[in-house]
Design a protein around this ligand. Structure first.
Ligand code: PAF
Length: 283
């Protein structure tokens, strides 16, 4: 595995592999089993795997955890090496100190869910992912389904900007008790770690109610909020939306309905999502 810090050097190295399939797994480091599953997916689909580790300042709000975001680079590099990653791209910075003069702005898809609580976050994500795709020019790039809004926005960016890359979605990796894996789980105290399992329990309950015929999303959401309260938590949001358009759904019908949850445990913000109803099959 080669560790590379300069974009131009990475492009130079990758020039020798352009006849092979190249996959990019963009990350902010602090790799966990969820990231490893993205790497496995990339290895299945491509000959050359590039993992990027870059804690992107543009996607953090003023009061967020940019300064404290964990950066265990040596351990991350060891894991990438063990997983057979070919190139680890670890730029010290991707923008001038003043930040990029040209950025992307995401329209309506960024308005709700996480976007409503993290102003400018998805503009920052779109800008850096576009930049990473331009640097690496991969055939495919792998993103986790946990950040479903991010995945949807990236798919749309690739479509709207006509980027020549396949966006591959990888399922959520979970701990044994159902908690979605996240780099931020390490911030949780022992008590918070136990409380955190309720996020997935809420989604499972919504899924079960939906399977039993409940179609009113208001009913699912109220029951979900109740379960959260029993565990001493409030949702930042708990919603059911069309998984493609991210439009809110009040009655579950033919649309692909997905539940989304975000909650804060102390200073740690966790998110999770699950499909409630697949889209109706086309005849
Ligand atoms: O999901 C992440 O880790 C980040 O948002 C990404 C896609 C690496 C962009 O910084």
């Amino acid at each position: 595995m080669k560790v590379i810090e300069e974009a131009s050097w990475l492009r130079h190295e990758l020039a020798a592999f352009r006849h092979e399939r190249i996959a990019l797994v963009p990350t902010m480091g602090c790799l966990h089993e969820g990231h490893i599953s993205l790497i496995h997916q990339a290895k299945k689909l491509a000959d050359v795997v590039v993992v990027s580790i870059y804690v992107n300042p543009l996607q953090f709000g003023a009061n967020e955890d940019l300064a404290h975001y964990p950066r265990p680079f040596a351990e991350d590099a060891r894991r990438c090496q063990a997983e057979g990653v070919n190139f680890l791209f670890h730029p010290t910075k991707l923008y001038d100190d003043a930040g990029p003069a040209v950025t992307l702005r995401v329209a309506a898809l960024a308005d709700g869910l996480c976007g409503a609580h993290r102003s400018g976050h998805f503009d920052g994500v779109a800008t850096v992912v576009n930049l990473l795709l331009n640097i690496v020019q991969p055939d495919l790039a792998v993103f986790g389904e946990k950040d479903w809004q991010q995945l949807t926005i990236i798919r749309r960016m690739v479509h709207d900007l006509c980027l020549p890359v396949d966006v591959v979605a990888a399922p959520i990796a979970r701990e044994a008790d159902g908690l979605a894996m996240s780099s931020r789980n390490r911030y949780l105290s022992t008590t918070q770690r136990q409380q955190a399992t309720v996020l997935n329990q809420v989604l499972c309950q919504m899924h079960a109610q939906c399977q039993h015929g409940e179609q009113q999303t208001g009913v699912l959401i109220d029951a979900g909020r109740c379960l959260l309260h029993q565990h001493g938590l409030d949702a930042e949001y708990l919603e059911v939306r069309d998984e493609n358009t991210l439009q809110a759904i009040t009655t579950i019908g033919q649309q692909p309905a997905r539940a989304f949850i975000a909650a804060r445990l102390g200073n740690t913000r966790l998110i999770d999502t699950t499909i409630l109803r697949e889209s109706a099959p086309c005849n």
